[in-house]
Design a protein around this ligand. Structure first.
Ligand code: SF4
Length: 633
């Protein structure tokens, strides 16, 4: 490879890997020729350096998208390492930026709207320092943060133009300046789906961890109506104009949904929303509409009375009035404008107008949701979820709509070139879920999987009791063989099977990164969990892995439910989709075993259906593992 940085890293001890060098070539080619390259790069390829090195060597600007905020931080660490070498070799300082969604940043204007005794003191302190406005470092609870973070409905383009904190605004000034300058911008998939970048034609887009792209894109396109929206964002604002206003918005959710939930359920698919339409109109839409009309009339009259007594008003107030459309053009042009800052009295009027504007936007969203309820498109799915809210001191129910397949919401055409990569990326799945088509490259795996024993126990998850017994036996067997065990389950109910075992930690007890660290250090013997364990954890060295069963998504998962429904409706076979998705997850699970070339261990799968679905068997054998079948467990 004619790469200066790469050669330098080789001298520093980086292992030469043919698959990684092939990765460099594909990235270089995509930078030169454009187009979309889809690269399946098994664990051990070194894919992060695989794209970062050519980007740096070629002086290319790039946007790199990964699954989660946690992975963004991991990427930051890799870039920091390369940055030092790059600067040593070229004398050039690499400018990069880790960018999160807007709602992760503080809005100064909203913060100062809070009464001073309600403002979190740690934020007051951080404002004096080098903080970049990022919630991650603010230690403020989620519901309070929701009231002070950047929000599109609040910070409209017009408001931004006149906001008194615009120059020092964390998101719209400081971060925007850095974004323009940064050679590499690191985002996550949810943000990538929503954000428009300046001059994308200058940038290579890299989508890493692409096996979950559709999940994150779908979640960022999900929209809904919640108890919180109705009570806090609508009714509390209405009460600021009409203190006597009341609407029992909780009644709608309680009446229809409370009985659907038990302790374990958090989200339930809804076939369609027509059974709730009448009550939604009567209990929510109608009273809110009536209040809104009264508020508008009241506000117009108050504003007119106020203006009669004024010879001059400030430019800022006039701007606001123009935006609110409360006056007609004639009245508006009769106003005399001064260039002075708004008086205190005017500030109060502006605040009222701002509250009205926000209320109007929230009500418009509510009406948009109602329209979809009345005539739901077939390619849209629905669900209801609930979580305890400390702000509401009640369950916060949320009714949601989402695109069944987010294909068509995601445009990759504007970039200089696109690299889509993961250890398990299936071009057919990408096409079906995201509508993405590109040149596919399948790089060979490099780890010695023949050192791993892959054992299948004779059990069928459909025969629940026997299968559960088998799971427990498999766990005990792995614990006798290995000091560290990962247990990959497929639903919450299975967690209970291990509650009496010693030395185990269950996902959710603490931050996952801390639990993984505890397992690495031997402070716990086993880590048990669901999705995140199949996909995203890295425990090097000898270990045992228990796979409860082939990881087909539960049809009770709202997205899966609606994908199955939709595929049936358009005459396609949903099982092919389900199998493709389960296979991606299964291969990710296999990938948990070999995290370095020295690793080895045992995988036990308690699901004999692997012999029925040949794709799963081939995935194991394709890595070089022999399958050992235990008929009598
Ligand atoms: S510009 Fe917008 S986000 Fe920034 S402080 Fe003002 S209102 Fe908040």
């Amino acid at each position: 490879m004619p790469f200066q940085l790469y050669n330098f890293l080789l001298k520093k001890g980086l292992e030469r890997r043919p698959a990684q060098e092939r990765f460099f070539q594909i990235v270089s080619h995509t930078i030169e020729k454009g187009g979309i390259s889809i690269i399946q790069a098994p664990t051990g390829t070194g894919k992060t350096y695989g794209y970062l090195i050519p980007i740096l060597e070629k002086g290319q600007k790039a946007i790199i998208s990964t699954g989660t905020k946690l992975l963004q931080e991991q990427l930051r660490r890799d870039i920091e390492t390369l940055k030092v070498y790059h600067s040593y070799l070229t004398g050039e300082e690499l400018d990069y930026l880790v960018l999160k969604g807007k709602s992760n940043y503080l809005c100064l204007d909203r913060f100062y709207q809070l009464q001073s005794d309600k403002r979190p003191s740690q934020i007051e302190d951080m404002l004096k320092g080098e903080w970049d406005g990022d919630w991650e470092f603010a230690h403020v609870d989620a519901e309070l943060w929701k009231e002070i973070c950047v929000e599109d409905d609040y910070c409209t383009p017009h408001y931004r133009g006149i906001c008194k904190y615009r120059e020092e605004c964390y998101y719209w000034s400081r971060l925007k300046r850095r974004e323009r300058k940064a050679r590499i911008i690191i985002v996550n998939h949810a943000l990538l789906a929503l954000k428009e970048f300046e001059n994308p034609e200058d940038r290579l887009l890299v989508i890493d961890e692409a096996h979950e792209l559709d999940k994150y894109v779908t979640s960022s396109l999900t929209d809904g109506v919640s108890t919180y929206t109705l009570r806090v964002e609508i009714m509390e604002r209405i009460a600021q104009f009409l203190p006597e206003a009341k609407a029992d918005v909780e009644e709608f959710f309680e009446r229809h949904f409370s009985k659907m939930f038990n302790e374990d359920t958090q989200q339930i698919p809804l076939k369609d929303l027509s059974p709730y339409l009448r009550d939604f109109e009567e209990l929510i839409i109608r009273p809110i509409n009536l209040y809104y009309k009264r508020i508008k009339e009241k506000l117009i009259s108050e504003i007119k009375n106020y203006l009669i007594s004024k010879l001059w008003i400030s430019l800022r107030l006039r701007d606001y009035l123009q935006r609110s459309s409360l006056l007609n053009w004639e009245e508006y042009f009769q106003l005399n404008v001064s260039f002075d800052e708004p008086t205190e009295e005017e500030e109060r009027v502006i605040k009222k107008l701002k509250t009205y504007e926000l209320l109007e936007k929230k009500i418009q969203r509510l009406k948009d949701f109602y329209k979809v309820m009345k005539s739901p498109p077939a390619d849209m799915g629905f669900s209801v979820s609930r979580r305890w809210s400390s702000r509401l001191k009640a369950f916060n129910y949320r009714l949601e709509k989402f695109p069944v397949f987010p294909a068509g919401y995601f445009d990759l055409s504007g970039y200089r070139g696109v690299i889509i990569t993961s250890a398990t990326v299936d071009p057919e799945y990408l096409y079906q879920t995201m509508g993405i088509v590109g040149e596919f490259y399948d790089l060979p795996h490099t780890f010695p999987y023949h050192r791993v024993e892959f054992v299948v126990y004779n059990a069928n998850p459909k025969e629940k009791e026997e299968w559960e017994q088998c799971l427990k036996l498999a766990y005990k067997r792995l614990r006798t063989l290995h000091d560290r065990v990962l247990v990959l389950l497929t639903n919450k109910e299975q967690l209970g099977l291990f509650k009496d075992e010693e030395g185990v930690a269950v996902q959710g007890e603490d931050r996952l990164s801390l639990l993984v660290e505890a397992l690495r250090k031997g402070q716990i013997k086993a880590l048990i969990g669901l999705d995140s364990l199949w996909f995203g954890i890295d425990v090097k060295g000898e270990k045992g892995i228990l796979m409860a069963k082939l990881p087909f998504d539960s049809p009770e998962d709202p997205l899966t439910y609606h994908r199955i429904r939709y595929l049936k409706e358009i005459g396609e076979e949903p099982f092919e989709y389900q199998k493709m998705k389960a296979l991606i997850k299964f291969r990710q699970g296999l990938g948990r075993m070999m995290r370095s070339s020295q690793d080895f261990g045992t995988i036990i799968l308690c699901d004999r259906r692997i012999f029925k679905f040949k794709e799963f068997r081939q995935a194991v054998e394709g890595l070089g593992m022999k399958i050992k079948y235990i008929k009598h467990v």
